[in-house]
Write a protein that binds this ligand. Sequence first.
Ligand code: PHE
Length: 511
Amino acid sequence: MTGDRAQWKSKIGFIFAASGSAIGLGNIVFFSANAYAFGAGAFYLPYLVALVVVGLPLLILEMGLGGLYRRALPSTLGRIAGHWGEVAGWFALLNASFISMYYITILAWVGGMLLGSFGPLWQPSTDLEAFGTTLPNPVGFFFDMLSSWGVLVLVAVVWALNAHILRRGVATIEGAVRIFVPLMWLLMLVLIVRGLTLPNGGDGVALLFTPDFSLIGDPTVWQGAFGQIFFSLSLGFGIMTAYSSFLPRNADHVNNGLVTACMNCGFEFISGLAVFSLLFAFAIVPQASTISMMFFVVPQGIAAMPVGVRLFGVLFFVLLLLAGLSSSVSLLEAMVVSAIDKFRISRRRVLTFCIGIGFLGSAAFALPTVIDAQLESDGTLGLTLLDLMDHWAFNHGLLIAGLIECLIVGWMLPVSRLRETINRHSRLRLPAAFDWLIKLIIPAAIASLLASSLWSKLQNGIYGNELALDWGSQLPLFALLAWVGGSFGVAVWLARRPAAVAVPAEVADAP
Ligand code: PHE
């Protein structure tokens, strides 16, 4: 039936692809921004708890599901829980599609900054009056770029790159990640050596490890840590399920999960060292906003370097682009495989459809007027729509998807069966406690985080500190509600559609 499903050429190819998905913008900039915002050294405790108690078990679970059912998430959850299981799978996937739209917009901006870092990024801005201040570059460059239509070309280029990498599925993905992932590690090592050898670079590292325990009781810190682990390990969207469905039957999912998690968190850890040392060498204060960290704060640190500004600027943005691309292709592949698995349509048709819609979505995020009619520079960049979506997707969407996944697999599969199947081929066996983690502990942890977040939202307003009641400023919220409602509707519709009669995957996948 699925015997002719395409396969990774080698285990290392799969590990590169899985860790390439995990290692992305989340590791390089979001981690540092979150760590700084959530108590620096004190952030490590919730972070490690989130990794061991939730991240690693869920990673192994998602990989094991792919190995057991050899299908993407919607068909897998459909097999386990029927119609509503499949709806949940499609819903998670549609959220992934949405994340991929803004993720790719951010990558387009990274591309623009990369072009700029060959020269113009480090020169005075041409359009400073528009902002009424003398903004230091590269901030000015970034705003110039945002307000130009050229950014749409960049968006198109990044989508085209994704399409190119995905054109023949795992075969072409494996080819790309075999180059991207080792190169990412190399670039990161260069940056870290540079950061740590700068005068005062060590102070930044010291700060990264100095705990501020007053924050440890704060639920938002825990939510930040859980969100970071989910996002960083690419959990909750069935990406690892799709990738693992192309592994041989005797794959060791425990080992794969451990290796992927170690590579991801190791990369995140050394990125923190690089970013903190670089910033503190020049007394630049990191900012909580992940976007400003990437486009303003780190480039400012690079601009302050005595020599090699262009070189390190280029290296930093190439690194972001490679890491981001190997993540965005995984988001898209999860969707493409889901459609192929259910409807048996050719890869080329699914790709064309996804890329067409995805480009329009990303372009909408990139349009200056959608970002913010006034293009205000108020620290959050005024990127209202993107900021809000990021906030919801990062802190809530992923957690909700993970919660549903745990409940379905935990109680309906049930998880003991999955554990036994995984253990059959793994050197390190999953203990029986794994079942209770999936059935009870992880859902309870996620549910209480979501509840406390909801509670504080009700008290403080949905966005920022107060709930402004004018329609214009609530537009992003309505857009979000429309998205959630709409994707639920589409998920129900997709799940209702009859599955195509199975034809060999090879035939269906033929370009
Ligand atoms: N893990 C990726 C990162 O750290 C982002 C990502 C999230 C990719 C969810 C796929 C799915 O940047």
